[in-house]
Design a binder for this molecule. Sequence first.
Ligand code: MG
Ligand code: MG
Length: 269
Amino acid sequence: MIYYKTNEEIELMRESNLLVSKTLAYVGGLLKVGETGKKVDKEAESFIRDHGGIPAFKGYRGFPATLCMSLNDAVVHGIPGDKVFVDSDLVSIDCGVVLNGFYGDAAFTFAFVNVSNDAKNLMKVTRESLYKGIEAVLVGNRIGDISYAIQTYCEKVHGYGIVRELVGHGVGRNLHEDPEVPNYGLKGKGPMLKEGMVIAIEPMVNMGNKAVKQLNDGWTILTKDGRPSAHFEHSVAVRKEGADILSDHSFIDDAVKNNPEIVDISIKN
Ligand code: MG
Ligand code: MG
């Protein structure tokens, strides 16, 4: 069942998502060669708690950390670990918080300065595809219009692989609500977009084949072909006027501009 939000609830969700965005920006400033994911994760947890929030992923179905941190061929759901970052790492970070009883959920892919040009292009296209999806967020459109826009841009235009096994979702008082928001699909299909829906749109895009597998840690999703993957996510409210993006990647872009070890892949929206 889809829970539609009031304007007041959407404003509370904006607060939750701003905390997520600021946490991701804070994290973007901490990414340094030689640093470990585990250390960054601890800092992110403190940041969220210091701002009155609760890390949403920690303990979710037993997930052990605040951030999902997925390096290189890891697509999503990676566990921050003791391995140190190197200057060619691609680091996808997903963050969720609970604030005022509502979940915020957003993700961003960072890259250290010596990442390949192919990986930079993958990141750029994945990020652009998120906005292609958001452009389809209009009252009266269907979820499939979002899915189709993302899939077409990534697969048809750029020849990348869209992950099928994991999808976006409704978000609100629960981390995962109806409807599912696949990154592949057909125009005009699926649930209709109505005012008050809040959905997390989150393309997961593989440089190579779409196939994925799960690591034996029970969490990390990897590409089967070992090539890199990128992930960007916004939580978006459906308003009369169109999409209202509740999370804010501009904080993250600012943090990246101030971190000489991380590539700036800001795009024009
Ligand atoms: Mg997320
Ligand atoms: Mg999500």
